[in-house]
Design a protein around this ligand. Structure first.
Ligand code: SF4
Ligand code: SF4
Ligand code: FES
Length: 770
């Protein structure tokens, strides 16, 4: 039976560990708060939430006081209300709270409380001037004249994002000549500009600089969308005014990120209004790109493709599909290539996610992360392999750091010490590209010492002996020398991993070569099978890599060897399903991947390359110069994109496409979560949705497609042809989305694949990696 207390004369039950505030909320009693921050430990700083507990001399902060059996609590007695009012006045006296001009007016807890308490006079002297400032242009604006020293920013930074950028001792007020206290100045060397502190600040002391003056909170409409950058699939809230995107913030209720965002998701949304937006089709003439009509550009593209198909065959054309756009975009592009042009030369996410997807399909029978990101919270041990997990996915890293703080073991194998390694029990400096060797040596030790899960291996897998043989080349002494560590460190890592159950492996590919990514993913999958960690809560393998729809592009068949839904192009039965739906004969052999297509273009074997949403020649890419040379080698290059970039500059035809939230569409995150972003903005100029562009080209090549919206592409194409997505309709995606497989309209989605070691292909297949 649950313990009970009395609150305002009524009995209220509670569970051990709940605070008085928790109990009040559960029982519908309102206690005002200010410094309290969900997910962070209470600090009890502001004392707005004080309550009277009979028998206690002092009023107690409800947010920081555990509920106790038999307590008699008064949440709104006269003594309580007087104290709250006094505390509120003291907070108001901390600085200059000039509401009419303050950016936060309408979205300020202090203002709300002042209204609630009808606070017209403050009986305490205001703290005077010399407020510290910190300039983090152009992103964060700090105005400490409005800071009420509530500590929420510090808690958000320290406990939610776990960046530890706002130390208590940093920027103490006494250093600025004032009374004892502190100002929450971030250490610029540690701050990653995630903006969690801005989101947590209850007043106008921390603001997004770009959004200042662009709209009050009550003037904005808010809609949920999915971040267009990383593969975690963070849900974001768009704040819109007069058809423009004013700012983006997180939604605490939304999975998988629970309100957390990184610098890109929170602040780089304004690319939609960039001066580099492509707003009209362009055609190269006399060496220069000139503006053209859609009719002219599409006629030219279709005419060129027809000419090449007739003269050189369909395999002389290649397509690179976007991994940062929608599922509908990737699906229609691969359909254009397979069903209309007649080639499997279609690829996406090759330098991030696709090779790992292909590897997991080989081992497990499903090419995707096995577990949800939230599973790290249930893991006894987390092994992070590759630098991509930390660098490119700070939100995922924040959950890992929190889990490590809560007691999970953490082993990090990445080249340099970084934010994650500070929380790790072991850091192994494994260089990019050496991940497979590292995982192989761990397996060798686990097998040699008999630490593997023999029952699991025997009943759930095939190929153990072949794997064991392949590991003979990975003697710990030799591999340890290569990594510059003692063999004993590798042994320690292997023993710790084997001893902790469940253990999850998080693999972040970084900027590796595709084949290295494939090998690392194979090895990670083998390791988890060996330890019996696949199909269990807190276990499995989580891939983190690539742009927002890297997984979705693979699911949609934007791969040279796989049809939508992950069946191989050589599978006649699978081909038959698509041939019937699309009224065509599909090509049988695997096509070229991205690198293969670029090289074939350079050698003249490929006569045309259609690059959609992928800046192949981006200066930041490790092989940018080679890619630029391939694109300039003489083949016909079509570039379809949102922004002008190094690749569009080299193209013969440039097609401007709508950006994120200018057309509705779905993406699929690294944890297989399909979510919907709405059409919330108008596209500039003549930018058009991708589905429309492919439909127009198909029509000029003699195929009439009926779909007249992204929704129709999904519901009449994807959902009908991909069994794992059959139960996903747009109508079910209003909230957090659904994790596939979702076989029918009543299925709730699947957080964990291969539950209890049951694999769709019967047994999982160890596949040696090297
Ligand atoms: S922006 Fe992020 S890292 Fe920087 S101080 Fe704020 S919460 Fe900490
Ligand atoms: S900056 Fe904001 S969140 Fe941080 S202590 Fe001041 S008022 Fe609180
Ligand atoms: S909300 Fe409880 S002390 Fe501030």
């Amino acid at each position: 039976m649950n313990p009970k207390l009395t609150m305002n004369g009524r009995e209220a039950s509670f569970t051990q560990g709940q605070t008085i505030l928790d109990v009040a909320r559960v029982h519908g009693v309102r206690i005002p708060t200010l410094c309290h921050l969900e997910e962070a430990r209470p600090t009890g700083l502001c004392r707005i939430c004080v309550v009277e507990v009979e028998g206690e001399d002092q009023l107690l902060p409800a947010c920081a006081t555990p509920a106790g059996e038999g307590m008699n609590v008064h949440t709104a007695s006269e003594r309580v209300m007087v104290s709250r009012r006094t505390n509120l006045e003291l907070l108001m006296a901390t600085g200059y709270h000039s509401c009419p001009a303050c950016e936060a007016a309408g979205d300020c807890r202090l203002q709300d409380l002042a209204y609630e308490f009808q606070l017209e006079e403050i009986h305490y002297p205001r703290v005077k001037g010399d407020f510290p400032t910190q300039d983090q242009k152009p992103l964060i604006y700090r105005d400490f004249s409005k800071c009420v020293l509530c500590g929420r920013c510090m808690a958000a930074c320290d406990e939610i994002q776990v960046n530890l950028s706002i130390p208590y001792s940093f920027g103490r007020r006494e250093d600025h000549g004032g009374p004892a206290g502190w100002y929450p100045l971030a250490d610029p060397d540690l701050c990653v500009l995630c903006g969690e502190c801005v989101q947590a600040c209850p007043v106008g002391a921390l603001l997004e600089r770009k959004a200042r003056g662009r709209g009050r909170t009550w003037e904005m409409t808010r809609v949920l969308a999915t971040c267009p950058f990383g593969s975690v699939g963070c849900r974001v809230r768009l704040n819109l005014k007069d058809g423009r995107l004013v700012k983006v913030d997180g939604d605490k209720e939304a999975a998988p990120n629970r309100g957390r965002l990184c610098v890109m998701g929170r602040f780089l949304y304004d690319f939609v209004e960039s001066e580099d937006r492509l707003t009209t089709p362009l055609i190269r003439e006399d060496g220069e790109l000139r503006e053209a009509s859609w009719e002219e550009a599409l006629d030219l593209v279709a005419g060129k493709l027809r000419e090449i198909i007739d003269r050189d065959g369909p395999d002389a054309i290649g397509g690179i599909a976007p991994a940062g756009s929608s599922n509908e975009d990737a699906f229609q592009m691969q359909k254009l290539f397979r069903a209309v042009i007649g080639t499997n030369n279609i690829d996406a996410a090759r330098r991030s996610h696709a090779p790992a997807v292909e590897a997991l399909a080989e081992v497990f029978g499903a090419g995707a992360s096995t577990n949800a990101l939230a599973d790290v919270e249930q893991a006894a041990m987390i092994l992070v392999v590759g630098s991509g997990a930390r660098e490119a996915h700070p939100v995922a890293a924040s959950f890992i750091k929190q889990a490590a703080r809560s007691g999970a073991g953490l082993i990090v194998a990445e080249p340099a010490a970084g934010t994650l390694t500070e929380f790790a029990g072991l850091h192994l400096p494994v260089k990019e590209g050496d991940e497979a060797a590292f995982l192989n040596v761990l397996m060798r030790i686990v097998i040699d010492e008999g630490l593997y899960d023999q029952a699991y291996v025997q009943s759930k897998t095939t190929g153990f002996e072949v794997l064991k043989k392949s590991l003979e080349a990975y003697a710990p002494d030799r591999v340890a020398r290569r990594f510059g560590v003692e063999a004993a460190v590798l042994e320690k890592a292997a023993r710790q991993l084997a001893a902790a159950k469940p253990a999850v492996v998080v693999y972040g590919a970084g900027k590796c070569e595709p084949e290295k990514i494939r090998q690392a993913a194979l090895a990670a999958a083998n390791l988890q099978l060996l330890l019996g960690n696949v199909g269990v809560a807190g276990g499995g393998l989580t891939l983190l890599g690539g742009p927002c729809n890297a997984q979705g592009a693979c699911d949609m068949g934007a791969l040279p060897g796989f049809l939508p839904g992950g069946r191989k192009v050589g599978d006649a039965e699978a081909r038959g399903i698509f041939e019937k739906a699309w009224q065509c004969i599909l090509p049988q052999g695997p096509g070229l991947d991205t690198t293969g297509m670029a090289e074939a273009l350079a050698e003249g074997r490929l006569k045309a390359l259609y690059v959609s949403g992928e800046n192949l020649a981006a200066r930041a890419n490790p092989n940018a110069a080679r890619m630029a040379a391939c694109l300039q080698a003489g083949g016909f290059v079509i570039a379809q994109d949102v922004l002008d970039n190094e690749t569009t500059k080299l193209a013969h035809v440039v097609l401007p496409v709508t950006a994120w939230c200018e057309e509705e569409g779905t993406v699929t995150s690294a944890e297989r979560r399909v979510s919907l972003s709405p059409k919330a903005l108008q596209a500039p100029g003549q930018a058009r949705p991708a589905w429309w562009i492919y439909k127009e080209i198909a029509s000029r090549l003699g195929k009439t497609w009926p779909e007249a919206s992204a929704r129709q592409v999904w519901e009449e194409g994807v959902a009908r042809l991909v069994p794992a997505l059959a139960g996903v309709g747009y109508g079910r995606l209003a909230g957090d989305g659904l994790q596939w497989p979702v076989p029918d309209a009543s299925h709730p989605g699947t957080a964990r694949l291969h539950e209890n070691g049951v694999f769709s292909k019967g047994k999982a297949a160890f596949t040696p990696a090297g």
